[in-house]
Design a binder for this molecule. Structure first.
Ligand SMILES: [Zn+2]
Length: 221
């Protein structure tokens, strides 16, 4: 991983060592309750809105017998109930970076397993299955999320009316675009918030946030 000489080696918000990690703002623990929660909620809303547009029964933050289930979105597809739990992993964070450098999916898989262990029982009791909808902060999908997208695509294609719109193409394309946009909006908000909260300004902020390697470093006094 590249080192950026002007970026701080310690995050001013969470105090962890971030030397060489130019993308720390989008995975910083101090951002979880604010910008990163909004990013997560934005993606859950994209899913829910897409299901509603396609007349799939869906609930955001589903409740069973009045109790809040932890997974974010419930959807019924061809009689099967799925409880989607949205989460994002930043593979460049210290917890994951070593494994991620060897296997790009390792971090996503480890998060998926954690969510399955956590929610499979509650989902089963509610008559469904849990789908850990895990994304990389940089845009990749975990295997379980990809599997769910395939299920969704097949169901929509099977229900597709060839006389209504023969140029529809991939029925989930709009969902994937919406999720990508929500992820990038959330990342941008996290970067802005990290900059504001850290009190770092100007060139140092740019280096912290974007890891901009300056081609002709001029050392101003
Ligand atoms: Zn931090």
């Amino acid at each position: 991983m590249t080192n950026y000489p002007h970026a701080p080696s310690v995050c001013p918000l969470c105090n962890t060592n971030i030397a060489g990690n130019a993308c720390h703002a989008i995975g910083c623990a101090m951002m979880r309750r604010t910008a990163l929660t909004k990013r997560h909620d934005g993606i859950a809303k994209c899913l829910h809105a897409f299901f509603e547009r396609h007349d799939l029964p869906s609930q955001l933050e589903p409740r069973v017998d009045g109790e809040r289930l932890k997974p974010d979105v419930e959807v019924v597809i061809n009689g099967s109930t799925f409880f989607l739990d949205v989460s994002l992993v930043s593979p460049v964070e210290a917890t994951y970076v070593q494994r991620a450098s060897e296997d790009a999916f390792a971090a996503l898989r480890s998060r998926e397993q954690h969510k399955i262990t956590k929610y499979s029982e509650v989902a089963r009791e509610a008559g469904g299955v849990v789908v850990p909808f895990v994304l990389s902060s940089f845009g990749g999908y975990g295997e379980k999320a990809s599997g769910f997208i395939s299920t969704l695509r097949s169901a929509l294609l099977a229900a597709f009316d060839p006389f209504s719109d023969s140029t529809a193409g991939d029925p989930v394309a709009q969902l994937l675009r919406d999720i990508a946009a929500a992820t990038q909006r959330g990342n941008a908000a996290a970067v802005m918030e990290a900059r504001n909260r850290s009190g770092i300004r100007g060139r140092d902020a740019a280096n912290l946030i974007w890891g901009r390697a300056r081609l002709n470093p001029r050392h101003s006094a």
